[in-house]
Design a protein around this ligand. Structure first.
Ligand code: SF4
Length: 308
């Protein structure tokens, strides 16, 4: 007799009987799953908190439930959930360009004072402030830069700075060691390659330590008045999707998409407009759709009754 058969002979087979409580729990889970499945299979959520799908929209469902969908099913729409659930059809060609131009006009009327919120007096100060603004608020940067600029008023002064001293001055902006290293490296490169003056071209700027395309765009657009590109930060990326301008999430692709549909003379101000609107109305977690003046032209806007 095999060991298995002998064990079976000694011990009667135990059949697991679910308790009444466990059975009821299972039934409840099954019901919940059915409800969720039926609601998602016919889902037409296309934006913040139960937003409507644009007329004629075909909602694309992913095969596996995404984190976004799970969050929404729990009744909480995270910012990522909101972006990921934006599935209205994107306008194309001239219709998309007309939509973009209408948004520019509406945003200009809405935020006529939109501007760069970093304090600066010249290209050097804006370059420094923009490097410091990575992972930090403009407000915090503006509290930090007066002492820094008083100590190092231009690139030649900063190029000769002791790294430890710069670190202490920029400590409150976070990532201070990397930022201090970039600031001094940028200043040294400006002195060595451009006679101490911040260059006014994308290639020259983007080649400086700590200065990528985004920082170069900020400096060119705001310190030199050159519309070379569209600054894409977290607000611009989020609003570009919510407002139906693109579905891209990579900043480089978002910038390319916006440059194709926004008139060049508005490239710089358009990013300020989206940033202002994103900070004041279309916030990441709780967009104030009910009070948003763009509602009529926003494909992510919920129907009037849904967000009352
Ligand atoms: S732009 Fe306005 S209507 Fe559209 S999602 Fe943002 S807050 Fe809501």
């Amino acid at each position: 007799m095999s060991r298995r058969a002998s064990g079976a002979a000694r011990q009667p087979l135990a059949v697991a009987r679910p308790s009444a409580r466990a059975a009821s729990r299972t039934a409840s889970r099954t019901a919940t799953a059915r409800t969720a499945a039926s609601s998602t299979s016919s889902s037409r959520v296309a934006g913040p908190r139960g937003a409507r799908t644009a007329p004629g929209a075909v909602v694309r469902e992913t095969a596996r439930p995404s984190k976004a969908r799970k969050a929404a099913e729990r009744g909480r729409a995270s910012s990522k959930a909101i972006v990921l659930r934006t599935r209205f059809p994107l306008l194309k060609g001239e219709a998309l360009r007309a939509h973009a131009r209408a948004l520019v006009d509406a945003l200009l009327a809405l935020h006529p004072d939109a501007h760069c919120e970093l304090d600066f007096r010249d290209p050097y100060e804006l370059t420094v402030a923009t490097i410091l603004s990575a992972q930090c608020t403009d407000k915090r940067v503006n509290l930090t830069t007066p002492a820094l600029f008083a100590r190092y008023p231009d690139a030649p002064a900063l190029a000769g700075a002791a790294l430890e001293e710069v670190e202490q001055l920029v400590k409150s902006t976070g990532f201070f060691r990397a930022k201090a290293k970039n600031l001094v490296g940028m200043a040294q490169a400006v002195v060595a390659r451009h006679a101490g003056a911040i260059p006014a071209s994308m290639d020259d700027l983007a080649a400086l330590p700590g200065v990528g395309r985004k920082t170069a765009n900020v400096v060119l657009g705001n310190a030199f008045g050159i519309d070379e590109g569209v600054v894409v930060d977290t607000h611009v990326g989020r609003l570009a999707i919510r407002l139906g301008l693109t579905r891209e999430t990579d900043p480089v692709k978002v910038e390319r998409a916006l440059m194709a549909i926004i008139p060049r003379e508005h490239w710089t101000v358009f990013s300020h407009l989206l940033i202002w609107h994103g900070r004041r109305v279309c916030e990441a977690r709780l967009p104030k759709c009910g009070a948003c003046a763009l509602r009529a032209m926003c494909p992510s806007a919920p129907p009037v009754a849904a967000d009352a």
